[in-house]
Design a protein. Structure first.
Length: 255
């Protein structure tokens, strides 16, 4: 089951940290710039996330997230730069299109917020074994059903990607054109969509049956194979993140 998650075990300090430490980092990374209220706060947190991803050998796995959101970010800059309700100061002209300073600054804030969330979540998802994370949540009192939902969320993207690749190879072996020009790929998309969705539904049913066989609904108290405690690195991480949030609050109050 561990082969169908986004988790990458690079044997680095990131994978050795407690899942709750990395989860708190996500919360701090997203919250601190919003509290500070400055664009520089977003740049700072994105920089920290990039440094952590590079040091953990995870940057190459995280970059596709930026490519995936490029169209969204471009759309935000176009719409806000042209039509933001508080636009006053013209900044750039492209023919008949006039981009305004206020709209572009507002779009930059939204775009940096999105990138900040993407990189911080990427750090958590790529360096955290979902099974260990859910086990720690259940140890803390989370219901088993909620834990199963969380594991499913971690698995759904790589699982559907694997199913899509298998179905694509099968359709290609039957003579379906799946490569080439954009129009050719668009025509191949519909025949691939139905099998992928059907496969996901079948897998869900099979997984449900497997869980019932293994006593998922049993009322007995669950035991855990291993005990995990917070290391010195975890405690240092919590201290630094609390310090970061405190600095953000002070920065906001003394502007």
């Amino acid at each position: 089951m561990k082969t169908i998650s986004l988790y990458v075990d690079k044997k680095t300090y990131l994978t050795g940290l407690h899942p709750f430490t990395k989860l708190f980092y996500v919360i701090a990374a997203i919250t601190a710039p919003l509290i500070a209220g400055k664009l520089s706060g977003f740049f700072l947190m994105i920089g920290i996330s990039l440094i952590l991803l590079i040091s953990g050998g995870l940057l190459r796995k995280a970059l596709p997230l930026v490519v995936f959101t490029f169209t969204i970010l471009l759309t935000i800059f176009l719409i806000q730069g042209l039509f933001y309700q508080n636009n006053v100061t013209p900044l750039l002209s492209l023919g008949q299109l006039v981009f305004y300073r206020e709209g572009l600054l507002y779009a930059a804030r939204i775009g940096l917020n999105i990138l900040n969330m993407l990189f911080s979540f990427a750090l958590f998802v790529l360096s955290t074994d979902p099974f260990i994370f859910v086990e720690e949540l259940e140890r803390a009192g989370l219901p088993k059903k909620a834990g199963y939902i969380i594991v499913s969320v971690f698995q759904i993207i790589p699982q559907m990607a694997a199913a899509k690749n298998t179905i694509t190879d099968a359709q290609r072996s039957r003579g379906l054109e799946t490569e080439g020009r954009l129009l050719t790929r668009a025509r191949a998309f519909i025949p691939l969509l139905s099998p992928v969705v059907t496969s996901a539904l079948i897998n869900t049913r099979e997984r449900s049956a497997a869980l019932e066989i293994r006593g998922f609904e049993a009322k007995t108290r669950k035991t855990f194979l291993s005990e995990r405690s917070f290391s010195r690195s975890d405690r240092l991480g919590f201290f630094l993140m609390l310090l970061l949030l405190s600095v953000a609050v002070l920065w906001r109050n003394f502007q």
